[in-house]
Design a protein around this ligand. Sequence first.
Ligand SMILES: Cc1cc2nc3c(=O)[nH]c(=O)nc-3n(C[C@H](O)[C@H](O)[C@H](O)COP(=O)(O)OP(=O)(O)OC[C@H]3O[C@@H](n4cnc5c(N)ncnc54)[C@H](O)[C@@H]3O)c2cc1C
Length: 474
Amino acid sequence: MAENTSLHLAVVGGGPGGYAAAFLAADLGLKVTLIDPELNPGGVCLYRGCIPSKALLHVAKLIEESHQAKNWGVEFADPKIDLAKLRGWKEGVVQRLTGGLGQLSKQHKVQYVQGRAGFENSTTLRVTKPDGKSESMSFDRILLATGSRPAVIPALKIDSTHMIDSTGALDLKDIPKTLLVVGGGYIGLELGSVYAALGTRVTVVEMLSGLLPGADRDLVLPLHKRLEKMFDAILLNTTVKSLKEEGGGIRATFDGADVKQREKVFDKVLVSVGRKPNSEIPGLEKTQVKVGPKGFIQVNKQLQTDDPAIYAIGDVVGEPMLAHKASHEGRTAVEAIAGHKVAFEPHAIPAVVFTDPEIAWAGLTETQAKEAGREIAVAKFPWAASGRAITLDRPEGLTKLILDPKSERILGVGIVGPGAGELIAEGVLAIEMAALAGDLELTIHPHPTLSETIMEAAEVFFGTSTDIYRPKKA
Ligand SMILES: Cc1cc2nc3c(=O)[nH]c(=O)nc-3n(C[C@H](O)[C@H](O)[C@H](O)COP(=O)(O)OP(=O)(O)OC[C@H]3O[C@@H](n4cnc5c(N)ncnc54)[C@H](O)[C@@H]3O)c2cc1C
C-alpha cells in the first residue's frame, strides 16, 4: 500500500481518541487540523470524565482510609472539607493536563481550531467558532472523534436544579445531605463513592439484579459489601418510576419486587444510566457515513466509514466507551489513512472501575464463557493468602485467570482489590502475547506485592501455589 503522508487531515473532536490521532498523524508527516469546542484538547475524558473523577476519587480514598486507620492504632479527627479548595484542586489538575495538550498540539505542529464542525460534503467542513462566525474548510480525509454524552431517560427528565448528570456531579457545587444515584454502572458507583466520602448519604438504584452488569459476580461481591457500608442503601431489581421536584429536593417513586419504601425525597438526583454517541453531526446526511440502530457510526477494522474519505473512532463508533480504546483506534485509523497495513483487532481491552476496592478485567470473562458455552478453566487466588494484601488490611481481594484448559493459554484476567486498575496491565500483556499459565507461573514477581497474586493464580491452576494448601487427591 502506498504512503499517503502528504494528505491534509481534519480530526473532529479533541478527546483522547482525537488528540492521540492528531499527534500521530502529524508525526507521520500529514498536515493536521484538530477541531474541538474547548480552548484546548482533552474532550470528555479530561474535562468531565476520567481525570476529574479520578482526582476526586483519590481524595475519597484518603478520607475512607483515615477512618480505617482506627483499626491500626492511629486515629484522625473527622475531615474538614473546604469545598472551594477541593474544587480548585480538581480544576487545577484538569487545566494542567489540557494546557499540556495545547502545548503538545503546537509542538506537533497540529493546527488547533476552537469550534464545532458540521459537514458541507464528504471533504468540506463548516466550522462555527465561539464568536458565532463560521468558516468553510476543505480536507483530503476527515476523522470523526466526537465522543458521547450522558444518556437521558425521557420519563425521568425534569427541569430542576436538584437533578444532575455526571458533569454536574463533577462540578461539585455543594455536598448534598442525600443523593439518589440512578444506575449502578461504573460512573454512578465512582461518583456515589466520592459524595459518600464527602459526607452525603447515598442511595443507589439499579434495575438489574446486581451492580456493574457485565462484570463477573465474584469480582463485584467484595465491592458490593464495602459499598453497603459506605452507602445508605443499594436498591437492586428496582426502577425509578417517577421524579418530582418537591420543596428543596426531588421525590423519587420506586417500583420493583424488592422495594420496601415506595417513595423518598432526596436533596439531589444523579442520573447515570449510560452514554449516547454524538453521531448527530450537522450535515452528516450529505456524506455516505452510515449510523447503526444504537446511534454508533459504522466502521470497518481500519475505522473507515462507508464514506471512503471519512474515518471514525472512539465512543462514537461503539463499546467499550473507554478512553484507551478511543486512543488506540485513533492511532490505527491514522496509520490506515497514511497507507499502512493495519487493523484494530485487540484481544483484550481492559475495563477498570475506580471504586474502592477497584475492579478490573480484560479478555474473556467467566460470564461470557458461560453464555457462549465455552469450556474454560478458572484459577482463583484469594488475597486473604497474599502477604501484601494483609499488610494493607485488604484481604477481600481476588485475582483470577480464565484459561483454555487444553492449551493452558490465558484468555481472561479479573481482579478486585486496591490497585486492580494498575495490576490488570500485566493480564492484558499476557493475553495479547498469548501467554500460557506456565509463563505467568515462571515469571519472578517482586515480593511482597499484589502483583504476586497473578503469578500465584497461575500456580493455583497447576495446584502448586506456595501460599494455598490443597490436599492432593487420593
Ligand atoms: C464521569 C466519567 C468518568 C469516566 N472515567 C473513565 C475512566 O476512568 N477511564 C476510561 O477509559 N474512560 C472513562 N470515561 C469514558 C471516557 O471519558 C470516554 O470513553 C472518552 O472520553 C472517549 O473519548 P473520545 O475521544 O471518543 O471522545 P470524547 O472524550 O467524548 O471527546 C469528544 C470531543 O468531541 C467534541 N465534539 C463533539 N461534536 C463535535 C463537533 N461537531 N465538532 C467539534 N467537536 C465536537 C466534544 O465536545 C468533545 O470535546 C469516563 C466518562 C465519564 C463521563
